[in-house]
Design a protein around this ligand. Structure first.
Ligand code: HOZ
Length: 437
């Protein structure tokens, strides 16, 4: 029995298996999970329970090893448990685990985010991406004095009330893109449009441009699989927002510090008014952040009238982990490494699928394999994918020790711990699996 099992289950005479833990979890945790995407509902079967994660490998409590392409849904850009992060968290914990008082790490993190993300002049830390987005939406409404917001079909921005409308990720996987429990009067303030369709957005602005507080989007949507903005599309959105006095919010919780130090906004050369961040900047601990133009950020309390707060915001352990991860990424030029690993994977998978009705899409270290022909440029296209075929592929890969996200509608992630040799081996296995489709 591992140390983790011994300490967590010390009353158990024998080491619990994934199956026994799953049965216990189903009794005491709704659906057995603390976040729906973990429940394997999109692929069938039972999830495994992790015992340990190191580098690009996960080991479950049954002793099976997997090469992981989920990376704790994005944060593990250096792989799991990188030594620099373990050291930083261990050392920082000796000084205290939470203060609720300003600390130096908050200043350091704010300075690094402002230095690296082109549009961010001021930033505030939160404890999750959801919290960051919720706060950014409130700030946009408070700063503009307007109530309507615009989002894109299939984009997911955490489980924020106003944004669980035609949402992606787990909501889409479960076929519940509009959640129960959200007042109709609130949802009515959210307008949705199809991604990559500038004419549709123009029509919304012509009809209600003066009511729109903000347009929020994942500049690279990665919660209905993965598709990219077409040339000129993000520029068009930026222009429409500026022309109508609406704020542009880039949700870079997934893409921030992953695609590039400056995120998707740096790659596409767009300056949003506000940006939300999370995942990579927390080094695997719970973190989010939102930032942007100083004049807008200064509308937040205690300077301005928009209230936003958090007991654990700016938590020293989370910031130490995030800072250590960012520093290491800069030291090893991790983004260039990830691009070359991503290109290697793309080449081998595209070769494997060249005579199949399948589509592989990638940007940097994020990717998705759809079980339909392309092009995939919006939610409607993504929904053409054969999800039953995806489920068979997922389980075939899992049986061979490869863990992809258990849903067609999630992106895959590479880390700097996925070596070229590992990817070569994975490509051979995937080629055999794909040959059956
Ligand atoms: N934030 C992730 C979006 N694909 C999913 C993680 C979760 O909902 O647990």
């Amino acid at each position: 029995m591992s140390d983790l099992q011994r300490s967590a289950f010390s009353l158990q005479p024998a080491a619990p298996t994934s199956h026994s833990l799953w049965n216990r979890a189903l009794h005491r945790i709704p659906g057995g999970v603390n976040s729906p995407v973990r429940a394997f509902r999109g692929v069938g079967g039972e999830p495994f329970f992790v015992n340990k994660a190191q580098g690009c490998t996960i080991t479950d409590v049954d002793g099976r090893e997997y090469i992981d392409f989920v990376g704790t849904w994005g944060p593990a850009i250096l792989g799991h448990a990188p030594q620099v992060v373990i050291d930083a968290v261990t050392e920082t914990a000796k000084y205290g685990t939470s203060f609720g008082i300003p600390n130096a790490l908050e200043v350091k993190m704010a300075e690094i985010i402002c230095r690296m993300v082109p549009s961010v002049e001021k930033v505030r830390m939160t404890n999750s991406g959801t919290e960051a987005v919720m706060s950014a939406i409130r700030l946009a409404r408070g700063a503009t004095g307007r109530e309507r917001i615009v989002k894109f079909e299939g984009c997911y921005h955490g489980h924020v009330d106003s944004l669980l409308v035609k949402a992606g990720s787990g909501a889409l996987t479960l076929g519940q893109p509009d959640s129960a429990g959200i007042p109709a009067s609130l949802a009515a303030l959210t307008t949705t449009v199809s991604f990559n369709d500038l004419e549709a957005l123009k029509a919304v602005f012509s009809e209600s441009g003066q009511e729109i507080a903000c347009v929020i989007l994942e500049p690279v949507p990665a919660n209905a699989g993965l598709y990219l903005p077409e040339p000129g599309y993000l520029e068009g959105i930026r222009r429409l927002c500026s022309d109508h006095g609406a704020l542009l919010i880039f949700d870079e919780v997934m893409t921030g510090f992953r695609l590039d130090p400056g995120g998707a906004q740096e790659i596409y050369g767009i300056t949003p008014d506000l940006t939300t961040l999370g995942k990579v900047i927390g080094g695997g601990l719970p973190v989010g952040a939102f930032g942007g133009r100083a004049d807008i950020m200064d509308q937040l309390a205690p300077l301005g009238p928009v209230y936003q707060a958090g007991t654990l915001s700016g938590n020293p352990l989370a910031l130490a982990a995030g800072l250590a991860q960012l520093k290491e990424m800069e030291r090893i030029n991790g983004w260039a490494l990830l691009e070359s690993l991503g290109a290697q994977m793309e080449e081998s998978i595209k070769d494997a699928i060249k005579e199949k009705p399948l589509t592989f899409q990638r940007i940097g270290s994020m990717f998705c394999l759809y079980f339909c022909e392309g092009p995939i440029r919006n939610l409607e296209d993504a929904k053409r994918s054969d999800t039953a075929a995806f489920a068979r592929y997922f389980h075939a890969a899992l049986a061979q020790g490869i863990y992809f996200a258990p849903s067609q509608y999630e992106a895959g992630f590479l880390s700097t711990a996925h070596t070229s040799e590992t990817l070569e081996r994975i490509a051979q296995i995937m080629t055999q699996i794909i040959a059956k489709y």
